[in-house]
Ligand binder design. Sequence first.
Ligand code: SF4
Length: 229
Amino acid sequence: MDFLTPERRAEIRVIAEKQQKTYRQMLVANKNKTFAIHAIRTLHGQIDALVATVERRGDVRFDCKPGCSYCCHFRIEVVAPEVFILARRLSTLPMERLEILTERLRDHVDKAQGVRRENFSLSCPLLEDGRCSAYEDRPSICRKYLSLDVEECKKPGVSAPEDGEVVLKSSALISGTREAYAKTKMPLHVHELGQALLIALTDPSCEQRWYDGEVVFPVIPEAEMPAAS
Ligand code: SF4
């Protein structure tokens, strides 16, 4: 954030603080596990709305299209409520499909454990026939990562060029949300999607243990996001 003007930095900090206060009030007023999990949908809605606002700005054109999945081969970093929402949805799949997914997750976990972000090149386990199989419930990272030039995405190891407003404001919203959960004793650590999802699908106790304050998925230390300042 060093490259930002003081005014821009202050604007981002205001967004993060407002988010922190609003989310904290919400979590304090609704002390139950399902609410704490589904509250992350508010953040998803805010990121979607931010993207729509930027699109209406008129000077930007996102190059992402259905069936394009270059960004689904990075390490997908998520927080626990996002994993639980996906697990709740996927656990209703027909048994045969759930078994196939679980097997794919086991294979993914074998390859993904301990792999750093810069060395990660596995497909997301939710990618099926080049499309996201859980699109409505995709995590924040997938909602905010929008490329301005798909030709850049095609180059190995190159990150997509992104819109600065989406990057900064979504990071502030995420940061404020994480601060609010932390203040209500439910710290949102960052996890790799496949590893966390396998645990959530196979250990029914992990939702409650997370709600009670336990860290139930392997944490990615270098993925901890700094607070917006
Ligand atoms: S959750 Fe969906 S959109 Fe996100 S990386 Fe996986 S397949 Fe792609």
